[in-house]
Design a protein around this ligand. Sequence first.
Ligand code: UGA
Length: 435
Amino acid sequence: MNITMIGTGYVGLVTGTCFAEFGHHVTCVDKLTDKIEQLNAGHIPIYEPGLDALVAKNREEGRLQFTTDVAGAVAGADAVFLAVGTPTSRRGDGYADLTYIYEASKELAAHLQGYTVIVDKSTVPVGTARQVARIIKEENSTADFDVASNPEFLREGAAISDFMRPDRVVIGVESDRAEQVLREVYKPLYLQESPILSTTVETAELIKYAANAFLAVKISYINEMAAVCEAVGADITALAKGIGMDGRIGSKFLHPGPGYGGSCFPKDTLALMRIVQEYGESVRIVEAAVEVNSAQKARMVKKIRDALGGSEAGKTIAVLGLTFKPETDDMRESPAVSILPALLEKGATIRAHDPKGMEEAKKYLPDGIQYVENAYEACEGADMVVLMTEWNQYRALDLDRIASLLSKPIFVDLRNVYDPQTMKEKGFTYVGVGR
Ligand code: UGA
């Protein structure tokens, strides 16, 4: 099949490359000439494990191309996927900004040839696909097309395996013809029996928000339970196991931490709240999850302050991990972006390390943070170490070395990576989340 991907951001690039790996012919389009030149020179603008090799392989085998030419890319495509950004609107009202989706729809309309399915891949509010259809019809009254919604459920850092072995693929369609095209696109997944769920367009659009919001609720729930554990002297790790073994609850996404971040949960929970408001409804559980998440970040600042004896002024804090999760260089809405400025403001000195995110971090964090080459350098003479993101390389630290490097052996583990008893035996004052 011939597939065109509009937008070479995270979703477009991963999805386009994986479709090429399925054996389809994929053209990825972007307006940013620099980005396309870089991609054509073999440079991948984001860090995602395995993506560079997959891009190189599929380009070499002639199934993956990058271009700025929308007209050429759209003509002859069986399906055109819209994977442009839908950031939170700059108005600050939580709505998703659909400018890029609508601009792309307008631009591609004139170039459609033959029957084409226009698929929203970006996370968009309910009703967007209908707007896309309206725009295309206005621009090109003879175009033969259907719109569809095919939300993505890729986790950063695990996007390729999530794509290749999905729990499910959701396709929102309004005609059998469109459904057939999309089933053909995903045919390679039939072999492994990945379920393909077809729904109406509106339902598919809402499934994406409902799924992300549910996961955000689950995280905020366990973070709140962690606070309860601290208050009553219970242990969140055992508690999460104890509830997670119930098949109805499930053990995934029950890890307490400094709060969820990233480009999806914060944005999508807000957007869902706004969408339902427009229809005169509310999602109070989601509102509470958002509130708990902000409070969680503030709680972490207090946790750090308390562990330092009540004040961070004049103290040096070693911070391990800056990105919102491991295996990515993404700093968007990372807990570090809320926590570190609060510590700096109160007079702390921060010495930070992250395996992949330090360049990005500089764009999101205030000046004055010292960036170092490794975890041990961060700890040299520091008053405490804070493990902020659970990168693999922080999971087996030489603890004796860390203890000897710190001026005071205080270890704040915001991801509960280490065993409290072992840490105590190593001589640390150990503070976790909910234990
Ligand atoms: C999330 C969803 O998991 C994907 O299914 C979805 O496709 C994607 O958003 C999207 O909408 O594009 P992602 O944001 O990449 O993926 O990362 P997650 O692994 O879901 O983690 C999000 C945040 O929650 C991270 O800050 C992580 O540290 C935190 N988290 C996750 C916890 O604090 N506890 C957990 O148990 C799980």
